[in-house]
Design a protein around this ligand. Structure first.
Ligand SMILES: C[S@@+](CC[C@H](N)C(=O)[O-])C[C@H]1O[C@@H](n2cnc3c(N)ncnc32)[C@H](O)[C@@H]1O
Length: 309
């Protein structure tokens, strides 16, 4: 857990000794029974009380605690349709490119450097970042499950943030035209714990495919970064190998003393200051997170798309 995240969580916990008692096993050791479920009716509160029926919090509650300072409402009326756990991005219903928004409508200043989070899930990770840099950076979350995009939009509106936008999009096919149309520089792209699609015949469903790598490289500003991570080694290796093949990109490692890696070249910690939802779930289960931070070192097609002024 990043130290700032831990301190926030600890502050929450200190305000409720009973909650601390309830959560303490999770802070020290991996949970044998954490679940990926998200209860849309759960409301985060430092007065959450342990019950005899539920001696340990669900990992979704721990996720909500990590994002507690966003003060989000978990009592949203999203209708009665279930949020699907997985979709097949190759199905024809996801083959239509997302409409490019009017950037002047979605961001207060559409010339700010842009971070794009591909497969942003609930969007809370991105909201946390957007709240911290309201005047320095814009944030775009791309997500293929429409209902969680709807929830993210409601949350972002509640937070009155004008530097964040969520789009229902199949990133594999929509990323390129979205970032090419953005008026400012693309400074950071993240792909965090993407769906693993374990079976070999399903690897083509993984979000990072060659054309997406190309679109990222072509649009990233000089010095811009790509941050990828997964709790599944094969998925992390797949992303790592695809970016390692690109001459214009360099993994940031020991050459930068602020970024430490293990002997296999994986970052020792999350450089973003906040963990993603899947990362929290995975770490609760004791999983290692395999991370790479890669920088654009050669000016690419930004000339072509007129992004260099
Ligand atoms: C395992 S979740 C991880 C979410 C978040 N990044 C995190 O670390 O908590 C992967 C997310 O990617 C989304 N996703 C999968 N394929 C996608 C695609 N082609 N385009 C956009 N989002 C996609 C899924 O719907 C899901 O929300």
């Amino acid at each position: 857990m990043a130290s700032s995240s831990r301190s926030r969580l600890m502050l929450q916990l200190q305000s409720s000794p009973r909650l601390m008692l309830r959560l303490s096993p999770f802070l020290a050791i991996p949970s044998p029974s954490s679940s990926l479920s998200f209860s849309s009716n759960f409301r985060v509160s430092s007065s959450a009380q342990p019950t005899l029926q539920q001696p340990y919090p669900r990992s979704s509650e721990i996720v909500a605690l990590e994002y507690a300072d966003l003060n989000l409402s978990y009592n949203l009326d999203l209708g009665h349709v279930r949020i699907r756990q997985h979709v097949n991005p190759l199905s024809s219903s996801f083959s239509v490119p997302a409409q490019v928004p009017d950037w002047n409508q979605v961001f207060a200043d559409p010339t700010l450097p842009l971070m794009v989070d591909i497969g942003c899930g609930s969007g809370r990770f991105l909201m946390w970042l957007a709240k911290r840099t309201p005047k320095e950076r814009n944030f775009l979350g791309l997500e293929i499950r429409q209902r969680i995009v709807k929830r993210a939009e409601i949350w972002a509106k509640d937070l009155a943030l004008n530097n964040i936008h969520f789009l229902f999009a199949n990133a594999t096919i929509s990323f390129k035209q979205l970032v090419e149309s953005y008026p400012g520089p693309l400074v950071l792209v993240s792909i965090l714990c993407p769906d693993p699609h374990f079976k070999k015949r399903h690897h083509k469903r993984r979000v990072l495919q060659k054309p997406l790598v190309g679109a990222i490289v072509d649009n990233l500003m000089l010095g811009g970064q790509v941050f990828v991570q997964s709790d599944v080694l094969q998925v992390a290796l797949d992303m790592r190998n695809q970016f390692d093949e690109v001459e214009a990109l360099k993994h940031l490692d020991v050459s930068n003393p602020a970024i430490l890696c293990d002997s296999e070249g994986w970052l020792l910690s999350n450089p973003m200051g906040i963990r993603t939802e899947r990362e929290i779930h995975a770490e609760l289960e004791g999983a290692k997170i395999f991370r790479r931070l890669i920088a654009q070192v050669i000016v690419q097609a930004m000339y072509k798309v007129g992004k260099i002024r």
